[in-house]
Design a protein around this ligand. Structure first.
Ligand code: MRU
Length: 369
């Protein structure tokens, strides 16, 4: 995607061919800054402190973290230690485990002298695959948007209103995005579209990142408080919901940013289709029950404080909750498959069920049963 006319991905190799460049997402929307990662520790910090975030991007960042580690020491012990360091950064997005295990399997049989180059090559391939997957999901999601438009009578006046939660756009992936992929596909196809952007407390990925992305891309959008979605659905102002996911079980239960479940409940109550866009590396074929998905508990300060731009252009952090009030901060929740209208994958749209997923990914039958 373009930032002030310059094409960017969210992660890349710097000109020297070994260090890794990222956009520091903790500084958006008020500052655009890039950061150079030179070590495994840099990569692990970038994931844990959410300079990079979003399940697909976390996976690719972990793959580059492995490459940075092996550049220093490609022995068996270093390979295992690098994987262990990365795996403890964030627990919910399964793409992290997928990337680390994929690299371990791929690199272990290779001679030590070839491992670093092979890790860089695999990380680059994962990045390209992510973009291709997202574009394919965007095209499948576009058919759903077109159907919603037809239901409204078609025509240029039939603006399709999409509600999204958190940020599952290009910033959460390598490029293009999962839940926002269909939106960008609709925009490219000339389908009139408007996006309701959930602010997404406590870290405000909607207000900070999704709004920034959509504004830069010229997509009409409106930022709303998290509590507004149900009201808008009751008044016919939401045609479709599109969200991403950090881990979806083999039976179609969906873990995503905290608050997603409440939107799914409201959508169900109001007959609004609720779609989850998921690249196949986000499916955890080993789990059959969403209750088994580990839910990240993040720091209290994300809830008790908030940061933003003051009128004189400075970034300031202020306290919201009274000092001494205990705070809880579960970062994800699980939406049961029964509340999900469909799963949008790179291979098409399916029911949120074991049969639905296996219909699109029959090669996983052994792993999932
Ligand atoms: O905590 P975050 O910002 O990493 O959470 C991101 C989300 O929950 C996204 O919706 C999810 O990763 C899907 S992104 C394509």
């Amino acid at each position: 995607m373009n930032v002030d006319g310059t094409p960017y991905r969210t992660i890349w190799l710097d000109a020297d061919g070994w260090a890794v460049g990222i956009i520091d997402q903790t500084r958006l929307p008020h500052r655009f800054a890039c950061v150079r990662l030179e070590t495994l520790e840099d990569a692990a910090h970038a994931i844990k402190a959410m300079l990079v975030r979003g399940a697909p991007l976390i996976g690719v960042a972990a793959a580059y973290g492995m490459a940075l580690a092996l550049r220093r020491d490609a022995g068996d012990a270093a390979l295992e230690a690098a994987g262990a360091t990365l795996l403890q950064t964030r627990p919910t997005a399964v793409n992290l485990r997928w990337a680390v295990e994929h690299l371990r399997r791929h690199l272990k049989p290779l001679p030590v002298g070839q491992r670093a180059a092979a890790a860089y090559a695999r990380a680059a391939a994962m990045a390209d695959e992510d973009v291709a997957i997202n574009r394919a999901m965007g095209a499948h999601g576009l058919t759903l948007i077109r159907a919603a438009q037809a239901k409204k009578g078609g025509g240029p006046g039939a603006v399709v209103n999409v509600l999204t939660h958190c940020n599952a756009g290009w910033l959460a992936t390598v490029d293009w995005g999962t839940a926002l992929g269909p939106v960008y596909s609709a925009q490219a196809a000339g389908v009139p579209i408007h996006v309701w952007v959930d602010e997404t407390r406590p870290r405000n990925q909607g207000a900070f990142l999704t709004a920034w992305e959509l504004k830069a891309a010229g997509v009409p959008h409106t930022v709303i408080a998290d509590n507004a979605g149900g009201h808008l659905m009751q008044h016919g102002q939401v045609d479709l919901c599109f969200v991403g996911t950090d881990r979806t079980t083999a039976t179609g239960d969906v873990a995503n940013k905290i608050g997603t479940y409440l939107k799914a409940l409201a959508a169900h109550d109001n007959g609004v289709p609720f779609y989850v866009c998921l690249p196949s590396p986000t499916i955890d074929w080993s789990l059959r029950d969403g209750a088994s998905i580990p839910i990240e508990e993040r720091g209290a300060d994300e809830v008790s404080h908030i940061a933003g731009l003051t009128d004189d252009g400075a970034i300031a952090r202020v306290r919201l909750a009274p000092e001494g009030s205990p705070v809880a901060n579960p970062a994800f929740d699980v939406t049961p498959a029964r509340l999900v209208t469909g799963l949008v994958t790179e291979r098409g749209v399916c029911a949120a069920s074991a049969e639905g997923l296996l219909g699109l990914f029959p090669e996983q039958r052994g792993a999932a049963e």
